[in-house]
Ligand binder design. Structure first.
Ligand code: PBG
Length: 324
């Protein structure tokens, strides 16, 4: 054939393919989410094979392993004992609670590890909702007051980045103001801006036994049908002082990642959530998918869509195969 343009020439060897490569994936693009508990030892999470709830010693070992793998950031999710869960979720502000205690232990041993904490009531709420519940309604403004206290207890214990995942209106601005007034102006906010009411969170709720006791999260988490609304949420969080804007889940929402990327100068984060993890692990266990290749392809695709940083349960597994 008489062809002037033969795009295959740019795929002919590894060297040439490297010149043509538009997107990269490095260990520094990854954050590792971990589940923590009060009790020593570890408890595997059945719907997330390979992930466990970690007791205090196991958490320190995992932090060491994470840094060793080249991943320099972790996000902590507490599996709170049933007896501490109340309708006002007050345990979430306890300065000696599981999260603040873990932050202090981690910071003392691994000052170079960047620690991200989740702000939301669900792990502490006997209702399993991210906000306070009254007569079946999720209260916004009353919840935000508690979230500010929760964020402060985390900042005081050494959190580097506060990540509100609750989807209440106005919480980013309120947390920013609360942090600044308490002298924590250096503590960052990574806002779960476009967080969808997704079935992909199922395994996570198993891990924390945090599923809503009644109803669903559709009055605060977003409708999976919407992208413009996701951009609006992201813009509000930017205006309220967020440092990083997150889209969650990641894999089924690549168009939202792209739209938010184009709307903001801030770094965009994406969360490859528990259900995305479970799908890949389950198919790979059956020999139906090549685990290593699928992990890299999904993470690279999230980067290609526009994510600067990715929260993934595969972070520590994949990082040694990547550069920093
Ligand atoms: C709760 C929270 C959830 C996740 C992170 N923070 C679950 C939810 O909103 O029900 C999900 C993470 C995952 O599925 O991996 N505030």
């Amino acid at each position: 054939m008489d062809l002037l343009r033969r795009p295959r020439r740019n795929r002919k060897s590894a060297v040439v393919r490297a010149w043509a490569r538009e997107t990269d994936l490095r260990a520094d693009h990854l954050i590792y989410p971990v589940f923590i508990r009060e009790e020593e030892g570890t408890a595997p999470i059945p719907s997330m094979p390979g992930q466990s709830r970690l007791g205090p010693e196991a958490l320190l070992r995992m932090a060491d392993h994470t840094l060793e793998a080249g991943v320099r950031s972790m996000v902590l999710f507490p599996a709170v004992e049933e007896r501490l869960k109340t309708s006002d979720a007050r345990e979430c502000t306890n300065p000696d609670g599981l999260v603040p205690k873990s932050l202090r232990a981690l910071k003392a041993r691994f000052p170079e590890l960047s620690l991200v904490t989740d702000v939301a009531l669900d792990p502490y709420s006997s209702d399993g909702h991210d906000g306070l519940v009254r007569e079946g309604q999720i209260l916004n403004d009353e919840t935000v007051e508690i979230l500010v206290q929760q964020a402060l207890s985390q900042a005081e214990a050494g959190a580097d980045v506060i990540a509100p995942s609750d989807m209440m209106d106005g919480r980013v601005g309120a947390i920013r103001q609360g942090l600044d007034e308490a002298g924590h102006s250096h503590v960052s906010i990574m806002a779960y801006s476009a967080k969808y009411a997704s079935a992909f969170y199922g395994p996570f709720r198993d891990a924390l036994e945090s599923a809503p006791k009644s109803g669903d999260k559709k009055t605060y988490q977003m409708d999976p049908a919407n992208v413009r609304e996701g951009v609006m949420e992201a813009m509000l969080d930017e205006d309220e002082g967020a440092d990083v804007l997150m889209v969650k889940p990641a894999g089924a929402y690549l168009d939202v990642i792209r739209a938010v990327r184009e709307a903001t100068p801030l770094p965009v984060a994406a969360y490859q959530v528990s259900g995305e993890y479970a799908q890949i692990v389950a198919a790979a266990e059956r020999g139906w998918l090549d685990r290593d290749r699928i992990i890299e392809e999904t993470l690279l695709s999230i980067r290609r869509a526009g994510a600067s940083v990715i929260l993934s349960y595969f972070s520590v597994e994949v990082a040694p195969r990547l550069g920093v």
